[in-house]
Design a protein around this ligand. Structure first.
Ligand SMILES: [Zn+2]
Ligand SMILES: [Zn+2]
Length: 180
């Protein structure tokens, strides 16, 4: 997904775009279900510096790690980057003072850039994948599958306890018989 740096005026420009997940190379993303993703961007231009912050949202189908059932979840990933467009005849190697200041800010990628079109695909995909990796439970309260009796604990009561009671009763009965 490319943005054209020339189209942004000084200050903030909000953008909302619906993109095909196939165009974002999302085919390798496990469980991606929607064929479109929703991208929201805010581009702040300050001369030749573009601060881009954005979110990407789409729906995926996952298998819960605890109960192994499939569930759908809307995934929303966020990212931030700074694009610094090179001025005419400026060497891409030279790091300026303003860039040094930008570099000291946490979690911000600075891209030195000398063309008008900037491709956001990689940033969007990374943000999305990062958001996915933390969300593999159908709910925070998912009770999973009982390792003893194998029931889905979200739907059924565990049967282990009653078995335990059964076997205890049997032991008691045996004891009674042996006493008699
Ligand atoms: Zn679950
Ligand atoms: Zn059980």
């Amino acid at each position: 997904m490319k943005i054209d740096l020339r189209t942004f005026h000084e200050g903030d420009t909000p953008l909302e775009i619906s993109v095909k997940t196939a165009d974002l190379n999302f085919l390798e993303v496990d469980g991606i279900q929607a064929d479109r993703a929703h991208v929201k961007l805010l581009v702040h231009r300050d001369d030749n510096i573009y601060r881009v912050s954005g979110t990407i949202t789409s729906i995926c189908t996952f298998t819960c790690n605890r109960c192994l059932k499939e569930f759908d979840r809307e995934i929303c990933g966020g990212f931030e980057l700074v694009i610094r467009a090179l001025r005419e005849n400026e060497s891409p190697v030279k790091i300026t003072e303003e860039e040094d200041i930008l570099d000291q800010q946490d979690d911000i990628n600075i891209v030195r850039y000398d063309q008008n079109q900037y491709n956001l695909t990689e940033s969007l995909r990374d943000a999305f994948l990062l958001a996915i990796s933390y969300k593999n439970l159908c709910s925070d309260n998912c009770r999973g599958i009982c390792s003893g009796c194998g029931v889905h604990l979200n739907e059924e009561e565990c049967r282990c306890k009653s078995k335990l009671v059964d076997s205890r009763l049997k032991v008691l009965e045996k004891l009674k018989k042996s006493i008699n």
